[in-house]
Design a binder for this molecule. Structure first.
Ligand code: PRP
Ligand code: URA
Length: 209
């Protein structure tokens, strides 16, 4: 069964408060999302495998550890997922980045896929699907199905804020996918927005509306 991790590090929670605040402008919102993404990446990579190598320090020979070459792929869901990519790349600079373009139909709230471009070897990579918001879960669920259809077999999902409905859907459809959140909120409102949430992540990141 999938695990759900709420990353309650004080720095993540502090920055998330400013991200949620409606008076936080686009520039600061973008910077904070970037910072929280980096902090979350630090936690999400905790289980990365290490191997021992021998090196020469200026003093002696030492056996020390390096990452054992696990290949990572970041898969932001367009648009809002883009806001988290650079923060994660600062910690995992060699990761490849694929994109899944989905938008929620405002009437039905169902996701519509309009773009997909992935690294050719996704079946050999640990993929981190990135989206700030997991609301009904429709977008993340479809994105993960799309990736699996193309051969992905090792997927984590990373979101800033989730509603219980979204978590339940992804857990039910993808019991193999662990979910990493900065916060699990109370509910969805009648328009499919997370409550208390942060509003429309894409609009707040890109200054649209
Ligand atoms: C938002 C958000 C998620 C999706 C979450 O995207 O970034 O992708 O909604 O909702 P769900 O869990 O109910 O599917 P939106 O459709 O607003 O597109 P955008 O990122 O292009 O603004
Ligand atoms: N998408 C958003 O950007 N915000 C929500 O609260 C729900 C879906």
């Amino acid at each position: 069964m999938a695990n759900v991790y709420v990353l309650d590090h004080p720095l993540i929670q502090h920055k998330l408060t400013y991200i949620r605040n409606k008076d936080t402008g686009t520039k600061e919102f973008r910077e904070l999302v970037d910072e929280v993404a980096a902090l979350m990446a630090f936690e999400i990579t905790r289980d990365m495998p290490l191997e021992e190598i021998e090196i020469e320090t200026p003093v002696t020979t030492a056996k020390t550890k390096i990452l054992s070459g696990k290949k990572i792929g970041l898969i932001p869901i367009l648009r809002a997922g883009l806001g988290m990519v650079d923060g994660i790349l600062r910690l995992i600079p060699a990761a490849k980045v694929g994109h899944v373009g989905l938008y929620r139909d405002p009437e039905t709230l169902k996701p519509v896929e309009y773009y997909i471009k992935l690294p050719s070897d996704i079946n050999e990579r640990e993929l981190i699907v990135i989206d700030p918001m997991l609301a009904t879960g429709g977008s993340a669920n479809d994105a993960i199905h799309s990736l699996k259809k193309r051969g992905a077999n090792n997927i984590k999902l990373m979101c800033l804020i989730a509603a219980p409905e979204g978590v339940e859907l992804v857990k039910k459809e993808h019991p193999d996918v662990d979910i990493y959140l900065a916060a699990l909120d109370e509910k969805l409102n009648d328009h499919g927005y997370i409550v208390p949430g942060l509003g429309d992540a894409g609009d707040r990141l890109f200054g649209t509306k």
